[in-house]
Every structure is written in structure tokens, then in C-alpha cells.
Design a protein. Structure first.
Lengths: 135, 294
């Protein structure tokens, strides 16, 4: 059926679907999917450098990106997240989409100067995001 | 009267008996609840808002703490995992008041005795003392050709008591310790945990003590040590290093996170299940596995 095949190729729909790169794009994860991003700063930018002596630089990291529809297997999200996504897409778009937020943190060691001039080494909990999730 | 008699015996300078609990006689003078003093770690401290300046730390103390920081954390501030310890806070206090009681004699190795006052206001109620160390350094980096043996005598003085309470006799604690001086000796650490534990635990506002050193060349190491002048350099007044476990929520509790991380499926009630399981953990594990299979 060369004639049929060639006539079909002229059909814009068929041509597009045969454009494999286009075809596979629908299976790729969205480029800006929910994931961890770095943000290196110094405590002088937070205006804390008059009492925090160390570390000199700090990367709290943060979560940013869209939450895909199939969140369960990638982000360990509860079923509620998928339900909320369906509500947003099908029922009521005033309900927000699931948000991309930190799921785990790690501590930070800090060297601080107390008001009386004494020096304290402390390890603070939950200062660096280490994993993101959709909720 | 019972308490003061007990203290008088202790004050006679008797060696501290390990099991003695001399400080149980003390009541906390101030009875002030200090939990309100808890520094919320990252709110801008109130004194900055009030415009009052923060006191600058002692430069030697800051150098020591920066070196300690490098030993405990990476450049990005990540705690080093090879440091397994229970304390999550280390405080270095420099004496807020000090003066010399006696001049001492450097040639014979008797150093001037010091009267020191440490302010404990920066130690909040939720920080529990695990270890305390006296930190000595020299006013110039010295190198000793030989070993030096020192005797350190510490006397805890009662804080200025109000007229109501009976003034208590000071309590002395003789600390025999030998220091090995090497080239460029920087710091000497003297563990004073047993001495200060009761004071910090009873939430004292300050520690008032007198300290004197007597040093001599260690004859055992160098028989010829008897002769020749012995020029002992002056010690800079000591700092006090407190290793504490801060039990407030914002601070990292290594033992807690390791424990609960190790068994992610472990919820507290399941844990009790394990505890009651006759065969212990392994059987419970395989029991759970078979349940999963079913």
C-alpha cells in the first residue's frame, strides 16, 4: 500500500505522531518537576553574622517545581495528593495543586557568640533540606 | 547547722571522696526559673533590637573554638559523622572577673593564685552538663626542654550570700595532675566535671573559685632537674569549657535520630510489641516478613 502510506503521511496528524522525538516527549518527566535546588548564602546576607561566626557559608537548599500526576511512586506521597490533583484538574481549579515541599532535613553545626561574649558550638536540627515531596 | 558542719569538714581540704555528694547540702540560692532565658536560636537576639552591643569574645578563646569547630563539622557546617557523642552544645566561658590573690614565684614554679568568677547566665535551663574542662594557655608559646609536674588546687567560694543565709565555708578540691609540656604547647585541659557538676546542675548563676598552680620539674624524667633555674611562664587565666546536652526541640539529638532512623518501620507501639516478643527482634522480623508474604 505505498500509495495509501504516502497519502496518509500527508495527513498532519499522522506526520506528527510519526515524529518520534515529539512522541516520546509525552513520557518524559516535566523539565521543571519538583526537586531540590541549591541556594548558597553567607550569614551576613541573613544579617546574623554579628553572632554566627561559623560556618562561613550555608546552603539551606529548597524544593521547587511542578508535582506530576503520578506522585505516589516518585515522592512517596499519600493517595490524598493524587485526589487533590484530580480535584484541581477536574472539579474545582480554586483548590490548589499539590505543593513541592521538603520531606527531610539534616542538622547544621553553628559557632555562635552569646550576648555576654561567651562562645557556643551548637548543632541545630532541620537546617538543610535533603529531600522533596509533593503534598 | 548539720549542713554547715558537713561543709566545714569538706572545707578542711580533705581529698574529695569519689562517692561524696558534698553539694547536695546546697539549695539553689536564686530559685529563679531560668527556662525563660532559653535563647530562641534564630530570632534576632533582643539585645540587638535594644541597640545594646554584644560583648566581644576573648581572641584566644575564639581561636580555640574555631579549631574545635573544624574538628566537629565540615566547612559547610555539616556535623562530622565520626564524632559520636551525646553533647550537642559546647560552651566556652571566660572569667567575667578575676584578680590575683598572691604573686607567686616564677623561679620556684609557684604561680600566682587567681580568684575567678564565671557567669553561668548564658547556660539555659534545658542544657544539661555532661563534662566540664578548665582550659589553660600560656601568655606566649613556650617550649619546655623537660617534663613538668604541676599540682593544681581549686577552691570553690560560695557566691556572695544575702544576709538571710548562713555564710558557708569554702569547699576546696585538690587536684593532682601532671602536665607534659612539649614544643609550642598551646593548651592544657583539666577535667573538673566532678567539681562543677553539682553547681551547674543546681542552676547557680555564677561560679566563684580560686585556683593556684605549683609546678616542679619532674625528677623522674630528668634526675639532673634539681639544679638550674626553672622559669615557669605565666598562665593566662583559664577559660571554662562546658559540654552540654541541650534538650530543647530545635537542637539536634544524635542518639534520638540514629535510633529512630535505624528502624523506619518502627513505631513506638510496635517497639513494645518487639519488647514483649519471646524470641526477640529476629523472630519478630521474620514473623513480620511472613505476614507480608501472606
Amino acid at each position: 500500500g505505498q500509495e495509501t502510506a504516502s497519502s496518509k503521511l500527508k495527513d498532519p496528524l499522522v506526520a506528527a505522531s510519526f515524529n518520534l522525538s515529539e512522541y516520546f516527549k509525552q513520557f518524559l518527566f516535566p523539565q521543571n518537576e519538583c526537586e531540590l535546588h541549591d541556594f548558597r548564602l553567607s550569614f551576613s546576607q541573613l544579617k546574623w553574622d554579628n553572632w554566627i561566626v561559623a560556618p562561613s557559608r550555608y546552603n539551606p537548599r529548597y524544593c521547587k517545581g511542578d508535582c506530576p500526576r503520578a506522585v505516589g511512586h516518585r515522592y512517596g506521597s499519600p493517595v490524598h495528593t493524587m485526589v487533590q490533583n484530580i480535584i484541581y484538574e477536574k472539579l474545582d481549579s480554586s483548590v490548589p495543586r499539590p505543593s513541592c515541599i521538603p520531606a527531610k532535613y539534616s542538622p547544621l553545626s553553628v559557632l555562635a557568640i552569646e550576648p555576654d561574649g561567651s562562645i557556643a558550638y551548637k548543632v541545630y536540627e532541620d537546617m538543610i533540606a535533603t529531600k522533596c515531596t509533593c503534598r | 547547722s548539720q549542713a554547715s558542719n558537713g561543709e566545714a569538714q569538706i572545707a578542711a581540704g580533705a581529698e574529695l571522696e569519689p562517692e561524696a555528694e558534698p553539694w547536695s547540702l546546697l539549695q539553689s540560692q536564686d530559685g529563679r526559673d531560668r527556662s525563660g532565658l532559653l535563647p530562641s536560636p534564630f530570632n534576632v537576639p533582643s539585645d540587638e533590637q535594644g541597640g545594646t552591643r554584644r560583648l566581644q569574645p576573648d581572641s584566644r578563646a575564639l581561636r580555640y573554638m574555631k579549631r574545635l569547630y573544624k574538628a566537629y563539622a565540615t566547612k559547610e557546617g555539616i556535623p562530622k559523622s565520626d564524632r559520636h557523642h551525646l553533647y550537642n552544645t559546647i560552651r566556652l566561658l571566660t572569667p567575667c572577673a578575676q584578680h590575683r590573690q598572691t604573686l607567686g614565684n616564677q623561679m620556684t614554679g609557684i604561680l600566682p593564685s587567681l580568684d575567678l568568677l564565671f557567669n553561668l547566665d548564658s547556660v539555659p535551663a534545658l542544657e544539661h552538663l555532661l563534662k566540664s574542662v578548665f582550659l589553660y594557655t600560656f601568655n606566649n608559646s613556650v617550649s619546655f626542654p623537660s617534663a613538668v609536674k604541676c599540682m593544681c588546687n581549686m577552691m570553690i567560694m560560695e557566691p556572695k550570700s544575702s544576709s538571710k543565709t548562713v555564710p558557708r565555708a569554702p569547699y576546696s578540691f585538690t587536684f593532682n595532675s601532671k602536665f607534659e609540656f612539649r614544643k609550642k604547647h598551646k593548651w592544657i585541659e583539666i577535667d573538673v566535671t566532678t567539681l562543677l557538676q553539682p553547681l551547674v546542675a543546681s542552676k547557680k548563676q555564677s561560679i566563684h573559685m580560686s585556683v593556684n598552680f605549683t609546678c616542679e620539674k619532674d625528677q623522674l624524667q630528668h634526675p639532673s632537674a634539681k639544679d638550674g633555674p626553672f622559669n615557669m611562664p605565666l598562665l593566662v587565666p583559664p577559660s571554662l569549657l562546658l559540654y552540654l546536652n541541650d534538650t530543647s526541640a530545635q537542637v539536634y539529638h544524635r542518639w534520638y535520630s540514629l535510633h529512630y532512623k535505624r528502624r523506619p518501620s518502627q513505631s513506638p507501639d510496635q517497639k513494645t510489641g518487639l519488647a514483649t516478643h519471646p524470641m526477640g527482634e529476629e523472630a519478630a522480623e521474620c514473623g513480620r516478613a511472613s505476614r507480608h508474604r501472606r
